[in-house]
Design a protein around this ligand. Structure first.
Ligand code: NAD
Ligand code: AKB
Length: 315
């Protein structure tokens, strides 16, 4: 039986990924970890990924065979403390690669991001192999992780796999410090009957994905036969692209009283360097990736889940 470690498990994606992995492997076989405490979880350990000795102990004590490495500082928060962001996003990942090699870990997953793109990357239908010159420390750290993942695979045979997630939209947890966070916040405001001030311009088009697709993609990639995978940096992954004005209009079709205005802050400059749409044909070819959610399904599902699960009280 696999023994799975998830780092950064209390974040937006970890909240869903841990549930999905526990459904597949059983709670006792999926260890959730993060830098904060979590007394509600029966299989949880505190783990600061900057502490390599503790990382080694946790992996050894739990006889870990697979690692899903989610812990990171995202694009907007990363700009407040670039050196710390580099440390958390890159140096800790390098420690994980060293430990995984040393401890013969079967498989490692880490998420890269559309933030690996920069102003010189083609903006539409961005190819898998293209100019990656990001301008945020988050993007720089993730490109570096991609290259080191590929290096460890080629040099040591470590089975490390990765996806470049678009902006991920889910209902279980709020996002923390990203540039695409508006696309989750907007639903909370709309259901609470509040006006929403968006921190991106109305026409800023970005690639996005519903959380269920992101989690399914992760598990499908990890289940794929190793010899089918041709990309060992990180796979482009896509589902939909939209602007703040377009998602607001879809919400207004369902909640006609919802109002929005636009006051762009520093996150607009970050978004302006990212791609608008992604060519993920290699993921579709190599391991049969197919998204299920478009903008209409996403809006219906978010409104439904936030109310049904009483995350937000609809006024
Ligand atoms: P998040 O900010 O919600 O969660 C990250 C978690 O990492 C937090 O719970 C935080 O406590 C933890 N963490 C931070 N520093 C740590 C440390 N030193 N030791 C241990 N834990 C630490 O982020 P998320 O949205 O869940 O993203 C998870 C991963 O997916 C990240 O690697 C991110 O780059 C990637 N990703 C996310 C998105 C998205 O839209 N959410 C898109 C692309 C890629
Ligand atoms: C962010 O906005 O930083 C993340 C991402 C796209 O990586 N959501």
């Amino acid at each position: 039986m696999e023994q799975i470690l998830v780092t950064g498990a209390l974040g937006q994606i970890g909240s869903d990924l841990v549930d999905a992995l526990r459904q597949k492997y059983g709670t006792a076989n999926v260890l959730s970890t993060d830098i904060r405490n979590n007394l509600d979880d029966p299989n949880y350990a505190m783990l600061d990924i900057l502490n390599k000795q503790r990382f080694r102990e946790v992996m050894g004590d739990h006889k870990i065979t697979q690692v899903y490495h989610l812990a990171a500082i995202l694009s907007a928060n990363g700009e407040w403390n670039p050196a710390k962001t580099w440390n958390v996003n890159f140096n800790a990942f390098l420690s994980l690669l060293e430990l995984s090699n040393e401890m013969s870990i079967d498989k490692v997953f880490f998420p890269a991001t559309i933030a690996v793109h920069g102003p010189t990357t083609p903006k539409t239908n961005t190819p898998q192999y293209t100019d990656l010159s990001p301008e945020t420390v988050y993007g720089i750290s993730k490109v570096s992780c991609e290259l080191w993942a590929n290096y460890y695979h080629k040099r040591y045979g470590l089975d490390v796999r990765s996806l470049r997630y678009p902006g991920v939209i889910g209902w279980k947890a709020l996002p923390h410090g990203g540039t695409t966070d508006y696309a989750v916040e907007i639903f909370h405001a709309a259901l609470k009957g509040e006006h929403y001030t968006c921190f991106l311009d109305a026409d800023t088009r970005l690639p996005m994905m519903y959380i269920d697709d992101a989690i399914r993609a992760t598990i499908e990639l990890m289940d794929a036969p190793a010899d089918q995978l041709t990309v060992r940096t990180s796979y482009n992954l896509a589902a939909m692209s939209f602007t703040p004005a377009e998602i607001a209009a879809k919400i207004q079709e369902r909640l006609p009283n919802f109002t929005i205005d636009y006051q762009a802050d520093f996150r607009q400059a970050i978004a302006a360097t990212w791609s608008e749409s992604i060519d993920d044909s290699l993921a579709r070819k190599d391991w049969n990736w197919a998204h299920q959610y478009n903008l209409d399904n996403l809006v219906d599902e978010m409104l439904h889940q936030l109310v049904t699960n009483k995350i937000v009280t609809h006024v």
